[in-house]
Each structure stands twice: as C-alpha cells, then as structure tokens.
Write a protein that binds this ligand. Structure first.
Ligand code: C2E
Ligand code: MG
Ligand code: MG
Length: 652
C-alpha cells in the first residue's frame, strides 16, 4: 500500500480514536467538574462553618458568669456550655461532617471535644452551685482549642480535597483541549489530504479527458494535413444527410491530385507530403471564404473531400466553391523541392442522384473526379448516373478477364493493309476481339487498357500472337502479319524468347511478322524498350511505329529507333483532303521516312478521296474501312483470296 493511501486511512482512524477519547474525557470532565464544584462548595462551606465553630458565645456567657458570680448568674455559662455541646453534637449530622466522613478524622477530631464537654457537663450544671473559677476557666480554653482544631483540620481537609478536585479538573481540561486539538488536527489533516487527493484526481481526470480528446483527434484527423480523415468525414456526412431538411441538397466534392502529381513525388515522400500540406491549405482557404460551413477531409490516397449543403441543386454557392478551389490550384504549389502546378481533377455529386446511402455520394464524386481526369482542361465534372453504369461495366470486364484468358476467349480479327499504288493486299493487322457470354462484343479500346492495368495484357497478347501466327499461314501468299505489343509485354524479359519460340513453333518466317508499338509505349521506358526492340529486330521481325502524329510526337522517337514502317494516325487521312497544312506535314513525314529508310502506311482511310489524296502525296500503303475493317481470318480468305487470286483494289 502506498504512503498516500496509508495516510488516507491513518487520518480518519486517528480522528476516530481521538474523538472516542475526547468523548470519554468529556464524560470524565463532567464528572470531575461536579466533583470539583462539590468540593469547592464544601471548601467554602467548611470555611464558613469553621468560622462559626467558635466558643465566643460560651466565652461570652462564661465571662458574664465570672463577672457576675454570686449573683445567681450560673445559668449563663450553662447555657453557653449547652450551646457548644449542641454545636458539637450537631456536627456529625451536618453537612460539615461530609468533609470528614470519608476518613476517621471526624471520630478523632470531634469525639475528643465532645467527650471533653461531656466530661464537664456536671461542672456546667454545677455552675449554679458556684463552680470554682479555676476549673471553669479550663472549660472554654479546652473547648476553644478543640473547636479551633476541628475548624483548622476541616478547612485544611476541604482545601486539600478542593485542590485535588481542581487539579484533576484542570488535568481533564488540559486533556480535553489536547484531545480536541488532536481530533481537529487529524480531521484537518484528513480534509487537507482529501482535498489534495481530490484536486490530484481532478487533474488526473482532466489529463485523462485531454488524452481522450487527443486520441479522438488522432482517430478522426489526418496527421499530415490536420484535416478530418475519410472515416470521420463519412461519419459526419452521414449525420448531415440524416438531418437534411426538405429542399436541402447535400453536395460532395472530390478533389483528386493523383494523376497530376509530379513523378518525383512518387519516389520522394517529403515532396508528396509537402504537396498535400500545401493543397490542404489551398482548400482551407477556399472553404474558409465560402458561404456556409464546408467540411474538408483528406481522402484515402492523394485526394481530398469536401461537403456542404445548399438550398437547391444549381446553387451558385456550390459553383462558387468549386471555382475557388480550381483558382487556388492555378498557382504552383511550393515545396522545398520546387513548385509544382497541380490542376486537380474535381468531381461533384449531390443528393439528387443518391437513393439512401450517403456513402454513395463519396463514390459518385470520386467517379466524377475520375472522369474529370480524362478531361484535358481539368473542368470539374458533375456525377451522372451513366458514369456508374460505365463503371459497373468496367468492373464486370475487369472481373471477367482472368476467366476469359483461362478459356482462351480472345481471338484475333484481321484488318487488311493495301499497297495504294498497286492496289494489292500486302498484309493484315491482328486486332484482339472478345465476345463475352453476357457482355457481348467488347471493344479492345475498352478491355486492352484494363488488361494493361492489371497485367493481363501479357497472356492475352501471347494468345493473340500464337493464334494469329497459325491463322495467317492458312492464307495463300506471303502476307505480312502486324501485331500490337503493349508496354508490359515489351518490358517482359521473356519477350524476345516468346517471339522466337512462337515463330519456331508456328513456322511463320520472322520476315512476315511486324510488331507495332506506339510512341507512348516507347517513351514509357525508353532505354529498356530500345534494347528490347533492337533484339526483336535482330530476329528479323520488322518494327512499326503505330499511331504516329496522334499525340505530342517527338522527332527523337523517329530518329532514335530504326522503324521499318511508320503508321500515320487516321486523323491525318481525315484532314488531308481539306487541310493544306496537313498535306505539307504529311509530305515532310514522308521525306523523313524515306531518308530513314522506313516505309509509310496511313491508317483510317475511309473514303476514295482520302485514298487518292494520300496516294498522290506518295503514301505507299493504307489501311481503313475503305478497304475493309477487322474481320475473321475466313472472311479475309473469302473476300481477298477466292481462287487464290490477289484482289486488285482498282478492280474492286
Ligand atoms: P490500332 O493498333 O491503331 O488499331 C487500329 C484501330 O483503328 C482498330 O480499332 C481498328 O478497328 C480501327 N480502324 C481501322 N480502320 C479504321 C477506319 O477507317 N476508321 C476508324 N475510325 N477506325 C478504323 P480496334 O480494333 O478497336 O483497336 C483499337 C486499339 O486497340 C488498336 O489501335 C490497338 O492499339 C489496340 N489493340 C487492338 N488489338 C490489340 C492487341 O492484340 N494487343 C494490343 N496490345 N493492343 C491491341
Ligand atoms: Mg495498331
Ligand atoms: Mg493505329
């Protein structure tokens, strides 16, 4: 047991013990006091009686007798003697005797004078017969001495007793004071201890409450930005949703910085943290000046969330807040590693499109923000139910991918490629197709990006390659086969071996295989892809730069690699007929390609006009719906190889 606790029990115990003694002493004090008072009264009484115990009357009578002797005055000393005798006889019955009754003193002191008196009674009575004076004189002296003795003894005894009683009363009083002080002191000690303990407990309680507050703050806040975390945001959103009044609209804004974050931030945590802290400040500022309360939170990942209520769907306040957020991010976000421009993808959702679950608001706003990512001007996007349907489809596709790979559901379709000068089919491009049992035909533009994301593109790519290599051999002649390879396939360290192995197993000559890669693929990991492509080319496989001119083409992409064929994006075919500048650019690209020893093919040729213009410009090869879209190998055979004769475009 600690000393503190010991004191806690010791003080009340002491207080109790002292209080008991105090009570007992009080009882004793009352007793002593009455004893003292009684003795005091007796002392006083004894004193008073002692004064009265004299022989003055007797002496008086006696002197009158002696002076008037012989004149028949003998009656007077007799009377005086009787008076003294009566006094002495009455002594035992009087209160005076109580002083003496506890001892034998009474017997000793009073009996003697009484006896003396009694012994002389005859003498008193004989006074009538003229008692001789010398004998009579002895009487008053003896009696006086005896009475004097009684008085002295009695007063002394009374005094002693009174003194004893007074002393014990004083002792009791002293004890009373001491015990009272001790009781008060221990009670005070207890009270002080209780008070100090109480205040310590209060402080402890306060500390605990502060600890709890701190814990709650940690639980509900993001430690980096100080904003609410998503869990707390969701809980508050739910409460606000439940308290919405008629006509009120709850808006959720999702601010996504993920896609626009600088690449370095992905590798340097301090930069990412600095960006998030600055972004939180921008949001705080925007929300601070907004009308009405805005609840801000750091979302999971690199995003933020905000919610606020408005009176109608198209409330200008909502629009105002979103614009303020956008404006806040128009300036570069400063960090200790430089400033970064981070236009956020902003998605907005409100209760108009939510049924019951407020958590759906966050999902909808996130979805809208995800849509906004694709929007080059970073315009805020408001959630539409069609987005959910598209997402559901995407999820279904993603989930169906592994089974489809397992079941070999992917098959190649072939789009013919023509020589624009001769009009003859020179090759085909294998394009993946997927006919899902429930979802129907799924376009590669839909499933290829998803498969690239999940890594499923690698097995899909090899399945298409294997099948295409076998199927092309079913066609007569020596048509080339173009195959699209994605980044993941090219980064796969087995890529060269897989290609070689496939050619070996299928028996397709390497010279008939062309590998198409896009600029973005090349740029994703330039050094490694350059090495891989060189190895692929050394197998005798031709390299094709796909979709040239579609994005922000870099000339270095043309010069740093040896492309056997450059495929010009379909947009050029469309615009070549009406736009001189496009035609000039095409001439320039054709010139560069010729210098580099690369062939050229234009994709997406849909009209005869486009075909003529491109042929006039000197484009040797073309591909597009004008000649035929992607189709099954049997259709290629039927359409272009009936009678083993190469169809002539000009004839068609
Ligand atoms: P791409 O390699 O540029 O393929 C050409 C795309 O343009 C094909 O779309 C084709 O159907 C379409 N096309 C052909 N002629 C015309 C035309 O005259 N007008 C228009 N507007 N379009 C035309 P598809 O089959 O939907 O493929 C889309 C993209 O998917 C391909 O673009 C390619 O990048 C990718 N892809 C397709 N199959 C595979 C594959 O097996 N592996 C990989 N990695 N990617 C593939
Ligand atoms: Mg292609
Ligand atoms: Mg293309």
């Amino acid at each position: 047991m600690s000393f503190d606790r010991l004191l806690l029990f010791l003080f009340p115990a002491l207080c109790g013990v002292f209080a008991v003694f105090l009570a007992l002493n009080t009882y004793g004090l009352i007793e002593t006091r009455s004893d003292f008072e009684e003795n005091h009264r007796l002392e006083w009484f004894s004193f008073r009686e002692a004064i009265r115990l004299n022989t003055s009357d007797f002496e008086d009578f006696f002197s009158r007798y002696t002076t008037r002797s012989g004149h028949g005055e003998g009656q007077l000393p007799k009377l005086g003697g009787k008076s003294v005798q009566a006094t002495l006889e009455n002594l035992p019955s009087r209160e005076f005797s109580t002083v003496l009754d506890r001892s034998n003193l009474f017997q000793n002191w009073v009996a003697a004078p009484v006896a003396a008196m009694n012994g002389n009674t005859a003498a008193f009575y004989a006074l009538d017969a003229l008692l001789p004076v010398d004998r009579a004189v002895v009487l008053p002296e003896t009696v006086a001495a005896a009475l004097q003795n009684i008085a002295e003894m009695t007063t002394r005894e009374a005094d002693t007793r009174a003194e004893t009683a007074r002393r014990s009363f004083q002792i009791r009083q002293g004890m009373q004071t001491g015990l009272a002080l001790a009781t008060i002191a221990s009670a005070l000690g207890w009270v002080v201890l209780l008070l100090s303990r109480n205040s310590a407990l209060r402080k402890e309680c306060q500390d605990r409450m502060e600890d709890t507050d701190r814990l709650l703050h940690i639980q509900s806040h993001d430690p980096l930005t100080g904003l609410f975390n998503q869990k707390e945001f969701s809980a508050r959103l739910r409460r606000t949703y439940q308290q919405l009044s008629e006509g009120q609209v709850l808006n959720v804004v999702s601010i996504n910085l993920d896609a626009k974050s600088p690449k370095t931030a992905e590798y340097c945590q301090s930069i990412e943290n600095a960006i998030l802290v600055s972004a939180a400040d921008i949001l705080r500022h925007a929300a601070g000046v907004a009308v009405g309360a805005v609840c801000l939170a750091r979302a999971n990942g690199k995003g933020f969330l905000a919610y606020f209520t408005t009176s109608e769907t198209e409330d200008p306040a909502a629009h105002d807040l979103v614009m303020r957020i956008r404006r806040g991010f128009q300036h570069p976000v400063a960090t200790d590693r430089g400033a970064f421009l981070l236009p956020p993808a902003i998605g907005i959702a409100n209760t108009e499109t939510v049924d019951k679950d407020p958590a759906e608001l966050i999902r909808n706003a996130d979805l809208a923000a995800y849509e906004a990512l694709a929007n080059p001007l970073a315009r805020p996007v408001t959630y539409q139910p069609s987005m959910r349907a598209a997402l559901d489809r995407t999820i279904s596709i993603e989930q169906a991918l592994p089974d489809a790979i397992e079941n070999g559901e992917f098959l190649p379709y072939y789009q013919p490629q023509f020589n624009l000068m001769s009009g003859r089919i020179v090759g085909v491009e294998a394009l993946a197709r997927w006919n899902h049992a429930d979802l129907g035909w799924i376009s590669p533009s839909e499933f290829i990006p998803l498969a690239e994301n999940s890594g499923d593109i690698v097995p899909i790519g090899w399945q298409i390659l294997e099948r295409a290599c076998r199927e092309i051999l079913k066609l007569p002649g020596d048509l080339t086969l173009s195959l699209n390879l994605s980044v993941s396939q090219l980064l796969d360290e087995d890529v060269v071996f897989m290609l070689e192995d496939c050619l070996e197993r299928t028996g397709l000559p390497a010279s008939r295989l062309k590998i198409e890669v896009t600029e973005t693929t090349v740029m994703s990991d330039r050094a490694q892809i350059q090495t891989t492509l060189s190895s692929v080319r050394s197998l005798g496989i031709a390299l094709v730069l796909d979709d040239f001119g579609m994005g922000f083409s870099e000339l270095s992409c043309l010069t740093d690699f040896h492309w056997d064929l450059i495929k010009i994006d379909g947009a050029f075919a469309t615009r070549a007929t009406s736009d001189d500048k496009i035609r000039d650019i095409l001439k320039l690209v054709l010139g560069i390609a010729a210098k580099m020893g690369s062939e050229v093919l234009v994709e997406g040729i849909e009209t005869v006009d486009q075909c003529d213009v491109l042929a006039d410009l000197g484009c040797a090869n073309g591909q597009g719906y004008l000649f035929g879209g992607p189709m099954a190998i049997d259709d290629i055979k039927t359409l272009f190889f009936q009678g083993h004769r190469h169809p002539d475009l000009k004839e068609a």
